[in-house]
Design a protein around this ligand. Structure first.
Ligand SMILES: [Zn+2]
Length: 157
């Protein structure tokens, strides 16, 4: 999935998950954050190098364990320090964005890791990154975002 798709996806998730407006920028950051691995791993490892969770794009930063850990941390903070709820909402927004990234990447053939290594992987096997399927998803996400903004402006959602 490409950056634009992730950002729009993060915004849609932010509205669906009722992220407070002031924390929506964190949802946007979370929606692109997992691809930070492009900066320090191989996109495709050279021949002879074993792909692991740690040296390849869509490795550890795309693992559902991170989403789970962020969620557990958020629940812990909300439960134990509820008076700082205002600040924990930033973490909540980041978590929602992060979750949206993994859901969208799981639509593509490459999928996301779900075990102890690069394999096994989970994928809905719907599309290729940057292909026609992704363009359709982007259009649908933009329509969903527009719809949610409209509903919100009418006080319906
Ligand atoms: Zn990604």
């Amino acid at each position: 999935m490409l950056g634009t798709t992730h950002i729009v996806g993060g915004l849609v998730f932010a509205y669906l998950f009722q992220v407070p407006n002031y924390a929506i920028p964190l949802a946007v950051i979370g929606s692109v954050f997992p691809d930070i691995d492009l900066k320090f791993t191989y996109y495709i490892p050279p021949k002879g190098v074993k792909t692991t969770l740690w040296n390849t794009h869509r490795g550890i930063t795309h693992h559902p364990i991170i989403v789970l850990a962020l969620f557990v941390l958020w629940v812990f903070l909300e439960k134990n320090y509820p008076k700082w709820d205002f600040y924990w909402n930033f973490l909540y927004g980041f978590w929602v964005g992060y979750l949206s990234h993994l859901v969208l990447d799981a639509l593509t053939y490459k999928g996301i890791p779900v075990g102890l290594g690069y394999h096994p992987r989970f994928s809905f096997r719907l599309m290729k990154t940057g292909g026609i399927g992704e363009k359709i998803i982007l259009v649908l996400l933009i329509a969903a975002f527009g719809g949610l903004i409209y509903l919100k402006s009418k006080g319906i959602y």
